[in-house]
Design a protein. Structure first.
Length: 637
């Protein structure tokens, strides 16, 4: 359709220049298009509501349509209206009109006009006018009177052609009620800032003074006949209805305040004095409304209210700040007490620590030495705090305090081997760990000292133990791997070398999960890693894990193990404990159960034939290395 838009525009402009109408032949000759195509283009314009057609004898005359947009009527027309689609069915009705007829929208929309139950509008001449309006005839007017809820009403009816949003044509009628004013008149004197209006029982303005027209910024012709709530903010409409409902002949006056929309677009305030007018029979004739502009007063009240709110918020904020300051002061006092206790505990720990600890100032002076240091070097507290690091340590390359302090401050930590000179002149070889500490504006160096002879003796014992354990486990036919407390490999026996093809010399001392790579191809871990604590990445490798006391057992099928044949293995892992029951490591036994005779079967079965492992319950694993207790021996979860 987009490519025909210029042609449609040309036809429409042509019809505008010939408002009396043109035939298909005349349009065809003017635009230079054949009559059949021209007829199609005119039909499309007619469907869109841009063109109307009238029959004059045997010829059809097309002329530009002057229809009112459906949305504009709904938005701007304040009188009752009734709109029909091109088929004559009700397409829309004013909500107040519907309410006055005591009907619902579902019962009316899409129905014929006789659904409204008003005999006067079923007159053939009236219905003919509606049909002509739908066809696009120019608006017509006439008067009509009918009864609504036992009240005779007179209306001035305007017939208007309509175009809907989808381009569909239609028509409708606008009903403007005609009412006689009561015998009394509005006040003849206009008071500046006061609106005087006479309002019908239905809420329509029947008369208004000049001040009302000036203040509302509209001519009287637009004000008279319009509903009074059209000039009131929608949020205050219930207020109008409530005060209108409480008026009686005995109590005919109501005073209230409402908001109105000023011509400038700003919101104004009116103080309304409504007096209901009744005849001798007590029938309501209307309302005399006097409205006084109180916008200036309301704005000042709003300014005062905002100032009071701001003042209250400021007071509340200051009160909260004072309360928060009090809470912070309380917390600081509590934190200071806690810090003092922690410092006492820290000092107590340092004093009783079996390790050798020194605190040294930036200039190299010893400011603290715990008892093990004093015992090793043979100094008293008063003696050692008078010495510097260079006095205590044997001078050698890289061990002077100026060198140590510069490197430690830059790298935050440093390790040096040196000889400390005891009070009797004997040298003692030590390994010292220096750590830089900045506490506020003060700098310190924390020194952790290890006595190398004792350390070497322990390492030798540990090495002898590992060698002895490795010699024993090399004779075991099953594959065995053992980790120490640092999760480093200390045993990788011959059976495991044969199974994985990785020699022990390449695995001993390895850590960071390297022990799992030859079996699983990754560093996430093996079953014995669960002895050190729970690990989801390890648990998900096994379909089930059984627990017997402190030991763990599982089985797993490996298709094409290490690129060779399919294999099935049974894994058993348990902790290693010392003489006092302390945890010193963990080891795992790997058994090849690819071919195993099952009891009662009398034959050998391959795990690949058996399918995947039977589902078993998974045990709850410890989150930390096992303790010294050995409860529930042989338990299975």
């Amino acid at each position: 359709m987009q490519k025909y838009a210029p042609l449609f525009s040309k036809i429409y402009n042509l019809l505008n220049e010939n408002s009396s109408g043109m035939t298909i032949r005349e349009v065809s000759e003017s635009i230079g298009v054949n009559r059949i195509s021209t007829a199609k283009y005119l039909s499309l314009l007619q469907v869109q509501g841009m063109v109307d057609v009238r029959q004059r004898g045997s010829a059809k005359f097309f002329f530009p349509s002057h229809r009112f947009p459906f949305s504009s009527i709904q938005r701007f027309v304040r009188d009752w209206y009734l709109l029909f689609d091109h088929g004559g069915y009700i397409a829309a009705i004013h909500p107040d009109f519907l309410k006055a007829l005591h009907l619902s929208a579902p019962g009316v929309l899409g129905k014929r006009i006789n659904t409204l139950g008003i005999p006067e509008i079923l007159d053939p001449a009236f219905l003919a006018e509606i049909k002509e309006t739908i066809r696009g005839h120019e608006p017509q007017e006439r008067d009509l009177a009918f009864t609504i809820l036992e009240r005779r009403c007179s209306f001035h009816v305007i017939f208007v052609p309509v175009i809907f949003g989808a381009g569909k044509a239609g028509g409708g009628i606008i009903l403007r009620e005609k009412q006689e004013l009561p015998a009394w008149d509005l006040p003849s004197v206009d008071i500046p800032g006061s609106y005087s209006m006479y309002i019908s029982p239905e809420g329509r303005i029947l008369a208004a003074n000049d001040t009302c027209a000036t203040e509302l910024g509209r001519p009287k012709e637009e004000i008279i006949g319009a509903p009074c709530r059209a000039f009131i903010l929608k949020e205050d409409w219930p207020l109008l209805a409530r005060y209108a409902g409480i008026l009686t002949p005995e109590n005919p006056v109501a005073v209230f305040e409402v908001r109105t929309l000023r011509p400038s677009g700003r919101i104004g305030w009116l103080r309304t004095i409504n007096r209901a007018v009744y005849n001798d029979a007590g029938t309501l004739l209307g309302y005399l409304s006097l409205n006084i502009d109180i916008t200036s007063r309301k704005r000042k009240e709003e300014q005062i209210r905002r100032y009071q709110d701001s003042l209250e918020k400021k007071i509340e904020t200051q009160d909260q700040e004072l309360q928060e300051f009090g809470r912070q002061l309380t917390r600081q006092i509590a934190d200071r007490d806690i810090l003092e206790n922690q410092l006492r505990l820290t000092q107590f720990t340092l004093d009783l620590s079996p390790d050798l600890i020194l605190w040294i100032s930036p200039d190299g002076r010893v400011i603290y030495a715990n008892p093990p240091v004093l015992g090793l070097l043979g100094y008293t507290v008063q003696m050692i705090t008078c010495l510097s690091w260079d006095d205590v340590a044997l001078q050698s390359a890289g061990c002077r305090w100026s060198d140590i302090w510069s490197v430690t401050k830059e790298n935050l930590q440093l390790v040096r081997r040196t000889n400390l000179v005891k009070a009797n002149g004997v040298k003692s070889e030590v390994e010292t760990h220096f750590r830089y500490l900045n506490y506020g504006s003060r700098e310190y160096c924390f020194c952790y000292v290890r006595d190398i002879p004792k350390k070497s003796e322990g390492m030798q014992k540990e090495g002898l133990l590992e060698d002895h354990l490795s010699a024993i486990l090399d004779g075991v036919p099953d594959a065995v791997v053992v980790l120490n407390t640092e999760k480093k490999v200390i045993v990788w026996n011959r059976a495991l070398e044969k199974l994985t093809g990785v020699p022990a010399r390449e695995m001993l001392g390895k850590g960071d999960g390297d022990h799992a790579v030859p079996v699983y191809g990754d560093r996430s871990g093996m079953l014995l890693d669960l002895i050190f604590g729970d690990n989801p990445s390890v648990r998900k490798k096994y379909q089930y894990i059984n627990r017997f006391g402190e030991s763990l057992l599982s089985e797993k099928f490996f298709p094409k193990f290490l690129g060779r044949e399919d294999r099935s293995f049974r894994f058993t892992a348990f902790p290693v404990r010392g003489k006092e029951g302390e945890f010193i490591g963990a080891f795992e036994i790997i058994q090849d159960i690819t071919f195993m005779e099952f009891p009662g079967s009398g034959e050998m079965k391959n795990s690949r034939i058996c399918g995947k492992d039977p589902p078993q319950p998974t045990v709850a694993l410890p989150s930390t290395p096992p303790e010294n207790s050995r409860n529930d021996p042989g338990a299975r979860t």
